[in-house]
Design a protein around this ligand. Sequence first.
Ligand code: SAH
Ligand code: SF4
Ligand code: F3S
Length: 467
Amino acid sequence: MNLPNMLEAKKRSKNKVNYEYFNLDYSDKFKDKKYYIRTYGCQMNVHDSEEIKALLERIGFSETNTMEESDLVILNTCAVRENAHDKVFGFLGRCKHLKKEKKDLIICLCGCMAQEESVVNEVLNKHKYIDIVFGTHNINELPNMLLEKIDKLNINVKSIEGDVIEVGNLYKRDSKTSAWVNIMYGCDKFCTYCIVPYTRGKQRSRKSIDIINEVKYLKENGYKEITLLGQNVNAYGKDIENEINFSELLESVAKIGIERIRFVTSHPWDFTDEMIDIIAKYDNTMPYIHLPLQSGSDRILKLMGRRYTTEEYIKLYNKIKEKINNVAVTTDIIVGFPNETEEDFESTLNVVNTCKYDGAFTFIYSPRIGTPAASMEDKISLKEKEERLQRLNEIVNKYSLENNQKLIGSIQKVLLTDISEKDSKKLCGYTENMKLVNVECDKNLIGTIQNVEIIDAKSFSLDGIIE
Ligand code: SAH
Ligand code: SF4
Ligand code: F3S
């Protein structure tokens, strides 16, 4: 494993992070030990798991895909909706059962749920078989926590403050082709329904020089695609003095010459014309924007604290469509925000009918303890919310299918990344504008970009053949 700039990183960090474990020899203690990791939630968590894996392998563990075979189970959790929470506690039941047979099994809960006080209390009171809890700010303390672990619950959850910690390219990346690159942590937007600012803390941008060096490193190591990651990427740099903004960062990264650059998620409020111009100008900034709408009712948007009106959103959407060739736009929508009326909901459908999205992630509003919306009165029944979700999904899927069908007969550049989940004889990958394509072709083409003719289309994927 390459560990560039460790000493420099140590100097730069203002945090009192214990880097000494890099010099300790853990390899005997954890030699032949196996870990099993399960990741819930967004790309931020997926990338955090890549970091957790690298740390564990650095101290002697190896990965297993079978929980029964493991000595350490790690659950990297999400707190964004109640069902994410329920899934984790459901799975913990299985862990508890396994621990009865395997007394030395170490069970570890981390990620966004670990940042919730109510969850930590629940663990203390009801789930005493859990051995380690660490928060989203304490990932690099895991090796020490494992070493220290005696026979008591070891909890290490920091407050939501904290500096950006640079530990170099210490990730066991899932892919050899596409890589996640954090550009910022946390979020300052405090949308009234959302728990993320509480679990991930205030916005902290990484230094642009560190991001640029990481992208150069990835390019040198054969990566074809990077995705700049953050809850609110286009607010990049606003929290530090003398830093470039997101458009400038995007341009600097584009100039490095890696084949494909993506970013997720951008907030409509921070979207600038400059950003659109950069995406339009460079061939390697991909024509795909995830632009969360959340609601199409101005009344609800205000209650959500989203900082834009539907008129402003649609204006931005039209600009993106006009200026960026072949751009695809997807969105996130919440139905059933407290006291959302039928009229509010129909306004959301109107925006969907105007924007005809390429895809949308749709959710029923889920109250999260500690957020302002959770204490708002709500008279709308769950049944009604479920019906709205279904009506919305029908329209969303109709437009996804229509947009995909328009591509039949066209030639798309596809970065082939994996064996297709649907058919092991095929490979799959994404077009420049982020459409999933299953392609009948030689497996040796994994990791390459190919011209693919689209021969069929469904709502969520395309079929193609090599041109
Ligand atoms: N930072 C991103 C996304 C954060 S979470 C953004 O601002 O768009 C991903 C999505 O989960 C959100 O876009 C929202 O649609 C949904 N979400 C967040 N909190 C939720 C809640 N309490 N109930 C239901 N959906 C929620
Ligand atoms: Fe949550 Fe809003 Fe921040 Fe997105 S921008 S993470 S929805 S608070
Ligand atoms: Fe979930 Fe945390 Fe991401 S709450 S959506 S894993 S930032």
